[in-house]
Design a protein around this ligand. Structure first.
Ligand code: AMP
Length: 538
């Protein structure tokens, strides 16, 4: 027998409609590329998103087609989030920190029909000219700020103003694609993760729960995590769902700018990777100030360092919510929030617990397995590959039919973890061959293959070494060809001319040989252990 309940599709547009009707006055504050602080309400967001949706339709964007963005966290980007997905097209957020070659690959792979960009990224768009073809280019500014360019540019504000406010959100299939985000946290080309309306709404519901990010209408939320990183951890959607004030920092991500914004806008909850919080904490220390309203901060994307946890909790009375996730998980997979008896543990034990990545919300299940795929016990000791499944976990990559990552219904994360008896997961290592620097991926394989092109290199191995500011940085171990005189500076220059500048390794160590396993593979785990702290001195 069937239940007798309404069948309403879970749609991104429904989040916006809810915010407009029930939280219409709530404020959205954006630091803009123009330098000003822009303010409006959810009501304004809804109106302009409808106008923008009509404008995109007028440009010929059809359902299921991709609209690319190269933009900071700001109100125009937010309007694109709702206008694009709400109208049935697919929001494709590109990461401006990637090398032009990677952006060109991604743009063509997704086949974006329109590319909207903040003025900061004009030079990137111009560098992409050879692959832009017939794509329409929209500069996210008003007519007065339109830059001169060799490219034919449309003006965002003119497109919006030209449309009346009558667009009606279509009743889409909730399984339809809503947004697309490429991850370079894998080997080979960046891979596209294609979210659906349903997965996005369910993820928002779970992320807002009290034992997850505990987001409510009482909050003023500052997502520092970029809107080009896994949809800013889903926060632009969850904020509409609960009616939280949204504070968007634009390009100003230094400690002083963030601190000023947090204080002036009464931010209660912030979210970002450890690297941005380092800048914020050192600014607060320099001026000897604390936080007047901020009570919680979500730290994820990389492990939260113990000193950062201590500074937020002990010095500033800000509760740290350590979270783990991945692009393939929309991204929230675990949040470290206490169970009842843990609230009365001694502070030291609580801090140790908070350094774990946390437990699964409803909607995500996890397990750890050994090399043969056998499940390992939850005893905080056995470490194995972390596998996940759930309502907002990718089932495959975009346009990569025939090469599913899924193993027996589980998604292998490439992270190595333990799980304790209470279900708290802790990442202990990573099996994937990538380095995470300041929250962004660097492919060790790509660095190795470029280094090996140098005539003086016999073999090169690139590994992640710990770094006090960036969490991890690439360190290159090189065996010289016999007789070669190759020095560090020459090799680093050679690499720097071929990759994004921040991909260049911090140092080169010349070695006699590298350890190989039984199958002839380089034993990277052993090298990571040996050179773990090579970049920590000085
Ligand atoms: P991304 O797809 O760029 O979000 O990267 C996901 C990966 O970042 C995970 O598979 C982990 O390797 C790493 N990561 C994310 N959050 C954490 C965390 N809290 N602690 C340690 N590593 C993390």
């Amino acid at each position: 027998m069937q239940g007798l309940m309404m069948q309403q599709p879970l749609l991104v547009s429904a989040l916006l409609e809810h915010a407009e009707r029930h939280h219409g006055e709530r404020e959205i504050v954006s630091r803009r590329v123009e330098g000003d602080l822009h303010r409006y309400s959810y009501r304004d967001l809804a109106r302009r998103s409808r106008q923008l949706a009509a404008a995109l339709q007028a440009l010929g964007v059809g359902q299921g087609e991709c609209v690319g963005t190269l933009a900071w966290n700001g109100h125009r980007h937010l309007e694109l989030y709702y206008a694009v997905s709400g109208s049935g097209a697919v929001l494709h957020t590109l990461n401006p920190r990637l090398h032009t070659d990677q952006l060109a690959y991604i743009l063509q792979h997704a086949d974006d029909r329109v590319l909207c960009f903040d003025l900061s990224f004009l030079a990137i768009v111009e560098a992409l000219a050879p692959v832009l073809g017939g794509r329409r280019l929209v500069a996210m500014c008003d007519r007065a700020s339109m830059p001169p360019s060799v490219l034919e540019l449309l003006c965002f504000e003119e497109l919006v103003d030209a449309q009346p406010d009558g667009f009606e959100w279509p009743r889409l299939d909730e399984h339809a694609a809503s947004s697309l985000c490429y991850t370079s946290g894998t080997t080979g080309h960046p891979k596209g993760v294609l979210y659906s309306h349903r997965s996005t709404v369910l993820h928002s519901l779970a992320a807002a729960l009290p034992d997850a990010l505990n987001l409510s209408a009482r909050d003023a939320l500052l997502p520092v995590v970029p809107m080009f990183h896994v949809n800013a951890w889903g926060l632009p959607y969850a904020a509409c769902m609960v009616g939280a004030k949204l504070v968007l920092p634009g390009p100003a991500l230094d400690g002083k700018s963030l601190y000023t914004l947090i204080e002036s806008e009464g931010v209660t909850l912030s979210a970002g990777v450890p690297t941005v919080w380092q800048g914020l904490l050192s600014h607060a220390r320099d001026i000897g100030a604390g936080f007047s309203a901020m009570r919680r901060t979500v730290i994820g994307g990389a492990a939260c360092p113990a000193a950062m946890l201590e500074a937020f909790e002990a010095t500033h009375g800000v509760q740290v919510l350590h979270a783990w996730g991945m692009t393939e998980l929309s991204p929230v997979g675990a949040v470290c929030s206490f169970k009842p008896r843990q609230y009365s543990l001694p502070t030291l034990e609580q801090r140790a617990l908070q350094l774990k990545q946390g437990r699964s919300p409803f909607g995500i299940d996890m397990k750890i397995v050994d090399a043969d795929g056998r499940e390992l016990p939850w005893n905080a000791k056995a470490a194995g590959e972390l596998m996940v499944r759930g309502h907002w976990v990718a089932n495959g990559y975009f346009r990569a039919e025939g090469s599913s990552p899924i193993v027996d219904g589980w998604f292998p994360t490439g992270d190595i973890a333990t799980i304790d008896a209470d279900g708290f997961m802790q990442i202990t290592d990573r099996s994937k061959d990538v380095i995470k620097s300041g929250g962004e991926w660097i492919s060790s394989i790509e660095i190795e293959s470029i280094a090996s092109l140098h005539p003086g290199v016999a073999s090169a191995v690139c590994i992640a070494a710990r770094h006090p500011k960036w969490d991890e940085r690439p360190l290159l171990l090189v065996v010289r060809k016999s007789g070669a005189e190759l020095g560090e500076g020459e090799l680093l220059d050679f690499i720097a001319s071929r990759v994004a500048r921040w991909w260049t390794p911090d140092a080169v160590r010349f070695v006699e040989s590298v350890p190989l396993g039984a199958t002839g593979k380089v034993l990277k785990a052993q090298l990571r252990e040996q050179y773990r702290d090579a970049l920590m001195q000085g």
